[in-house]
Write a protein that binds this ligand. Structure first.
Ligand SMILES: NC(=O)c1ccc[n+]([C@@H]2O[C@H](COP(=O)([O-])OP(=O)(O)OC[C@H]3O[C@@H](n4cnc5c(N)ncnc54)[C@H](O)[C@@H]3O)[C@@H](O)[C@H]2O)c1
Length: 255
Protein backbone atom coordinates (compact mmCIF):
# COMPACT_ATOMS: atom_id res chain seq x y z
CA UNK A 1 0.00 0.00 0.00
CA UNK A 2 1.56 3.32 -1.08
CA UNK A 3 1.15 6.56 0.87
CA UNK A 4 2.82 8.65 3.54
CA UNK A 5 2.11 5.96 6.17
CA UNK A 6 2.96 2.89 4.14
CA UNK A 7 4.04 0.01 6.39
CA UNK A 8 2.93 1.77 9.57
CA UNK A 9 0.41 0.45 12.08
CA UNK A 10 -2.09 2.84 13.65
CA UNK A 11 -4.44 2.30 16.59
CA UNK A 12 -7.47 4.58 16.69
CA UNK A 13 -9.35 4.44 19.98
CA UNK A 14 -13.03 5.20 19.58
CA UNK A 15 -12.61 4.44 15.88
CA UNK A 16 -16.04 2.84 15.52
CA UNK A 17 -18.11 6.00 15.24
CA UNK A 18 -18.04 9.65 14.30
CA UNK A 19 -14.73 11.41 13.81
CA UNK A 20 -12.67 8.36 14.82
CA UNK A 21 -14.13 6.48 11.90
CA UNK A 22 -12.92 9.25 9.56
CA UNK A 23 -9.44 9.02 11.14
CA UNK A 24 -9.39 5.26 10.51
CA UNK A 25 -10.22 5.76 6.83
CA UNK A 26 -7.80 8.70 6.47
CA UNK A 27 -4.86 6.79 7.98
CA UNK A 28 -5.67 3.66 5.95
CA UNK A 29 -5.84 5.72 2.77
CA UNK A 30 -2.27 6.88 3.51
CA UNK A 31 -1.15 3.25 3.73
CA UNK A 32 -1.40 2.49 7.47
CA UNK A 33 -2.70 -0.80 8.77
CA UNK A 34 -5.49 0.16 11.12
CA UNK A 35 -6.62 -1.12 14.50
CA UNK A 36 -10.14 0.03 15.36
CA UNK A 37 -10.15 -0.03 19.18
CA UNK A 38 -13.65 0.70 20.34
CA UNK A 39 -15.97 -0.07 23.22
CA UNK A 40 -18.82 -0.79 20.78
CA UNK A 41 -17.69 -4.12 19.31
CA UNK A 42 -20.35 -4.16 16.58
CA UNK A 43 -19.33 -0.72 15.34
CA UNK A 44 -15.63 -1.65 15.46
CA UNK A 45 -16.30 -4.77 13.39
CA UNK A 46 -18.35 -2.80 10.87
CA UNK A 47 -15.62 -0.16 10.39
CA UNK A 48 -12.85 -2.77 10.04
CA UNK A 49 -14.97 -4.81 7.58
CA UNK A 50 -15.71 -1.69 5.54
CA UNK A 51 -12.00 -0.82 5.36
CA UNK A 52 -11.16 -4.35 4.28
CA UNK A 53 -13.83 -4.21 1.57
CA UNK A 54 -12.01 -1.12 0.27
CA UNK A 55 -8.74 -3.07 0.08
CA UNK A 56 -7.15 -1.78 3.29
CA UNK A 57 -5.73 -3.82 6.19
CA UNK A 58 -7.71 -3.43 9.39
CA UNK A 59 -8.79 -5.27 12.53
CA UNK A 60 -11.38 -4.52 15.18
CA UNK A 61 -10.54 -4.88 18.87
CA UNK A 62 -13.24 -4.38 21.44
CA UNK A 63 -11.57 -2.08 23.97
CA UNK A 64 -12.54 -0.13 27.05
CA UNK A 65 -9.68 2.36 27.30
CA UNK A 66 -10.55 3.11 30.94
CA UNK A 67 -9.65 -0.46 31.88
CA UNK A 68 -5.97 -1.28 32.16
CA UNK A 69 -6.26 -4.95 31.13
CA UNK A 70 -8.39 -4.00 28.14
CA UNK A 71 -5.93 -1.29 27.00
CA UNK A 72 -3.06 -3.76 27.32
CA UNK A 73 -5.00 -6.42 25.39
CA UNK A 74 -5.60 -3.83 22.65
CA UNK A 75 -1.87 -3.25 22.16
CA UNK A 76 -1.12 -6.98 22.38
CA UNK A 77 -3.71 -7.78 19.72
CA UNK A 78 -2.42 -4.99 17.44
CA UNK A 79 1.13 -6.34 17.76
CA UNK A 80 0.03 -9.94 17.17
CA UNK A 81 -1.89 -8.95 14.05
CA UNK A 82 0.60 -6.55 12.45
CA UNK A 83 3.95 -6.96 14.27
CA UNK A 84 4.41 -3.31 15.28
CA UNK A 85 2.66 -0.19 16.58
CA UNK A 86 3.72 3.19 15.19
CA UNK A 87 0.75 5.49 15.69
CA UNK A 88 -1.79 5.88 18.48
CA UNK A 89 -4.73 8.25 18.10
CA UNK A 90 -6.26 8.76 21.55
CA UNK A 91 -9.72 9.71 20.34
CA UNK A 92 -12.10 7.68 22.55
CA UNK A 93 -14.20 9.80 24.85
CA UNK A 94 -17.53 10.16 26.50
CA UNK A 95 -19.12 12.65 24.17
CA UNK A 96 -21.88 11.76 21.67
CA UNK A 97 -22.06 8.00 21.11
CA UNK A 98 -21.54 7.33 24.81
CA UNK A 99 -23.35 10.49 25.79
CA UNK A 100 -22.72 12.98 28.55
CA UNK A 101 -25.32 14.98 30.40
CA UNK A 102 -25.38 18.74 30.01
CA UNK A 103 -26.10 20.26 33.39
CA UNK A 104 -24.92 23.13 35.59
CA UNK A 105 -21.67 22.38 37.41
CA UNK A 106 -23.40 21.71 40.72
CA UNK A 107 -25.87 19.19 39.30
CA UNK A 108 -23.47 16.78 37.62
CA UNK A 109 -23.45 13.41 39.39
CA UNK A 110 -20.18 12.36 41.01
CA UNK A 111 -20.36 9.00 39.21
CA UNK A 112 -20.59 10.76 35.84
CA UNK A 113 -17.67 13.08 36.70
CA UNK A 114 -15.54 10.06 37.66
CA UNK A 115 -16.43 8.06 34.55
CA UNK A 116 -15.66 11.10 32.37
CA UNK A 117 -12.17 11.36 33.84
CA UNK A 118 -11.70 7.58 33.67
CA UNK A 119 -12.47 7.38 29.96
CA UNK A 120 -11.26 10.76 28.64
CA UNK A 121 -8.07 11.04 30.69
CA UNK A 122 -7.15 7.75 32.34
CA UNK A 123 -8.01 6.02 29.05
CA UNK A 124 -5.50 8.16 27.19
CA UNK A 125 -2.85 7.38 29.78
CA UNK A 126 -3.54 3.62 29.79
CA UNK A 127 -3.63 3.37 25.98
CA UNK A 128 -0.33 5.28 25.79
CA UNK A 129 1.23 3.07 28.47
CA UNK A 130 0.24 0.00 26.49
CA UNK A 131 1.45 1.27 23.09
CA UNK A 132 4.68 3.08 24.05
CA UNK A 133 6.82 -0.04 24.70
CA UNK A 134 6.24 -1.07 21.08
CA UNK A 135 7.23 2.40 19.84
CA UNK A 136 10.28 2.55 22.11
CA UNK A 137 11.62 -0.69 20.63
CA UNK A 138 11.87 1.05 17.25
CA UNK A 139 12.87 4.46 18.62
CA UNK A 140 9.97 6.02 16.77
CA UNK A 141 6.30 6.71 17.32
CA UNK A 142 3.43 9.15 17.03
CA UNK A 143 0.82 9.76 19.69
CA UNK A 144 -2.03 12.10 18.83
CA UNK A 145 -4.39 13.10 21.62
CA UNK A 146 -7.80 14.56 20.92
CA UNK A 147 -8.79 17.53 23.06
CA UNK A 148 -11.47 20.08 22.16
CA UNK A 149 -11.75 23.76 21.40
CA UNK A 150 -13.94 23.93 24.51
CA UNK A 151 -10.81 23.37 26.64
CA UNK A 152 -9.48 26.72 25.41
CA UNK A 153 -12.76 28.66 25.39
CA UNK A 154 -14.82 27.04 28.16
CA UNK A 155 -18.31 25.73 27.50
CA UNK A 156 -21.11 26.06 30.04
CA UNK A 157 -23.13 23.05 31.23
CA UNK A 158 -20.52 20.34 30.75
CA UNK A 159 -17.73 21.21 33.12
CA UNK A 160 -16.68 17.58 33.53
CA UNK A 161 -16.13 17.13 29.79
CA UNK A 162 -14.33 20.46 29.33
CA UNK A 163 -12.12 19.81 32.37
CA UNK A 164 -11.15 16.41 30.97
CA UNK A 165 -10.31 17.95 27.60
CA UNK A 166 -8.21 20.66 29.29
CA UNK A 167 -6.33 17.86 31.04
CA UNK A 168 -5.41 16.49 27.62
CA UNK A 169 -3.31 19.61 26.95
CA UNK A 170 -1.13 19.07 30.04
CA UNK A 171 -1.01 15.33 29.42
CA UNK A 172 0.25 15.97 25.88
CA UNK A 173 2.99 18.39 26.94
CA UNK A 174 4.23 16.19 29.76
CA UNK A 175 4.21 12.97 27.74
CA UNK A 176 6.01 14.80 24.92
CA UNK A 177 8.78 15.80 27.35
CA UNK A 178 9.10 12.24 28.67
CA UNK A 179 9.13 10.53 25.26
CA UNK A 180 11.24 12.89 23.15
CA UNK A 181 14.37 10.91 23.97
CA UNK A 182 12.68 7.81 22.54
CA UNK A 183 11.91 9.45 19.21
CA UNK A 184 8.20 9.53 20.00
CA UNK A 185 6.24 12.68 19.16
CA UNK A 186 3.15 13.51 21.20
CA UNK A 187 0.78 16.13 19.86
CA UNK A 188 -2.79 17.20 20.33
CA UNK A 189 -5.63 18.15 18.00
CA UNK A 190 -8.47 20.29 19.34
CA UNK A 191 -11.54 20.05 17.10
CA UNK A 192 -14.26 22.64 16.98
CA UNK A 193 -17.93 21.71 17.13
CA UNK A 194 -18.19 18.98 14.49
CA UNK A 195 -21.24 17.38 12.93
CA UNK A 196 -20.06 13.86 13.75
CA UNK A 197 -23.32 12.16 14.69
CA UNK A 198 -24.48 9.42 12.32
CA UNK A 199 -28.19 10.35 12.67
CA UNK A 200 -28.18 13.87 14.09
CA UNK A 201 -31.38 15.29 15.57
CA UNK A 202 -32.65 18.66 14.34
CA UNK A 203 -31.40 20.18 17.60
CA UNK A 204 -27.87 18.88 17.00
CA UNK A 205 -27.85 20.17 13.41
CA UNK A 206 -29.05 23.59 14.68
CA UNK A 207 -26.32 23.65 17.36
CA UNK A 208 -23.54 22.68 14.92
CA UNK A 209 -24.83 25.20 12.36
CA UNK A 210 -24.84 27.97 14.97
CA UNK A 211 -21.15 27.24 15.65
CA UNK A 212 -20.40 28.15 12.03
CA UNK A 213 -21.27 31.78 12.76
CA UNK A 214 -18.41 32.07 15.27
CA UNK A 215 -15.81 31.02 12.70
CA UNK A 216 -13.60 32.83 10.23
CA UNK A 217 -14.61 30.08 7.79
CA UNK A 218 -18.36 30.15 8.27
CA UNK A 219 -19.56 26.63 7.55
CA UNK A 220 -20.42 23.47 9.42
CA UNK A 221 -17.36 21.42 10.48
CA UNK A 222 -17.39 17.77 9.43
CA UNK A 223 -15.18 14.80 10.45
CA UNK A 224 -13.22 15.01 7.18
CA UNK A 225 -12.03 18.50 8.17
CA UNK A 226 -9.91 16.94 10.93
CA UNK A 227 -8.25 14.16 8.97
CA UNK A 228 -5.45 16.25 7.44
CA UNK A 229 -4.17 17.31 10.87
CA UNK A 230 -4.15 13.71 12.09
CA UNK A 231 -2.31 12.44 9.00
CA UNK A 232 0.23 15.26 9.39
CA UNK A 233 0.93 14.43 13.04
CA UNK A 234 1.11 10.73 12.14
CA UNK A 235 3.53 11.23 9.27
CA UNK A 236 7.30 11.90 9.12
CA UNK A 237 6.50 15.47 8.03
CA UNK A 238 5.96 16.32 11.72
CA UNK A 239 9.00 14.49 13.12
CA UNK A 240 10.42 17.65 14.79
CA UNK A 241 7.08 18.81 16.23
CA UNK A 242 6.04 17.61 19.68
CA UNK A 243 4.01 18.80 22.65
CA UNK A 244 1.87 21.00 20.43
CA UNK A 245 -1.86 21.59 20.22
CA UNK A 246 -3.40 22.35 16.85
CA UNK A 247 -6.90 23.82 16.88
CA UNK A 248 -8.90 22.69 13.85
CA UNK A 249 -12.13 24.67 13.91
CA UNK A 250 -12.28 26.98 10.92
CA UNK A 251 -10.83 29.85 12.93
CA UNK A 252 -13.24 30.12 15.86
CA UNK A 253 -10.55 29.91 18.53
CA UNK A 254 -7.31 31.54 17.37
CA UNK A 255 -4.97 29.93 19.85
N1 LIG B 1 -17.90 16.30 17.57
C1 LIG B 1 -17.46 17.40 18.17
O1 LIG B 1 -18.08 18.47 18.09
C2 LIG B 1 -16.16 17.38 18.94
C3 LIG B 1 -15.58 18.61 19.27
C4 LIG B 1 -14.37 18.60 19.99
C5 LIG B 1 -13.77 17.41 20.34
N2 LIG B 1 -14.38 16.23 20.00
C6 LIG B 1 -13.68 15.00 20.40
O2 LIG B 1 -13.46 14.20 19.26
C7 LIG B 1 -13.49 12.82 19.64
C8 LIG B 1 -14.48 12.07 18.75
O3 LIG B 1 -15.76 12.64 18.96
P1 LIG B 1 -17.04 12.28 18.10
O4 LIG B 1 -17.71 13.56 17.79
O5 LIG B 1 -16.70 11.35 17.01
O6 LIG B 1 -17.96 11.58 19.21
P2 LIG B 1 -18.26 10.04 19.50
O7 LIG B 1 -18.88 10.03 20.84
O8 LIG B 1 -19.04 9.45 18.39
O9 LIG B 1 -16.81 9.38 19.51
C9 LIG B 1 -16.21 8.80 20.63
C10 LIG B 1 -15.95 7.33 20.38
O10 LIG B 1 -15.35 6.77 21.55
C11 LIG B 1 -15.99 5.55 21.85
N3 LIG B 1 -15.83 5.27 23.29
C12 LIG B 1 -16.51 5.81 24.32
N4 LIG B 1 -16.08 5.30 25.47
C13 LIG B 1 -15.08 4.44 25.17
C14 LIG B 1 -14.24 3.61 25.95
N5 LIG B 1 -14.33 3.55 27.29
N6 LIG B 1 -13.31 2.85 25.32
C15 LIG B 1 -13.21 2.87 23.95
N7 LIG B 1 -14.00 3.61 23.17
C16 LIG B 1 -14.92 4.40 23.77
C17 LIG B 1 -17.43 5.76 21.42
O11 LIG B 1 -18.13 4.56 21.27
C18 LIG B 1 -17.21 6.53 20.12
O12 LIG B 1 -16.99 5.64 19.06
C19 LIG B 1 -13.80 12.79 21.11
O13 LIG B 1 -12.59 12.73 21.85
C20 LIG B 1 -14.49 14.13 21.35
O14 LIG B 1 -14.36 14.54 22.69
C21 LIG B 1 -15.55 16.18 19.31
Amino acid sequence: MAGRLAGKVAIITGGGHGIGKAYALGLATEGAKVVVAEIDAIAADAVAADLKRQGFEAIAVRTDVADRASAEAMAKRAFEAFGRIDILVNNAAIFATVPMSRSPFDEIEIEEWDRMMAVNLRGMWLASRAAVPHMRKRGYGKIINISSGTALKGSASRIHYVTSKAGVLGFTRTLAQELGKDGICVNCVAPGSTLSEENPSEGIVRMRSAAAEERAIQRVQRPGDLVGAIVFFASPESDFITGQTLVVDGGACMH
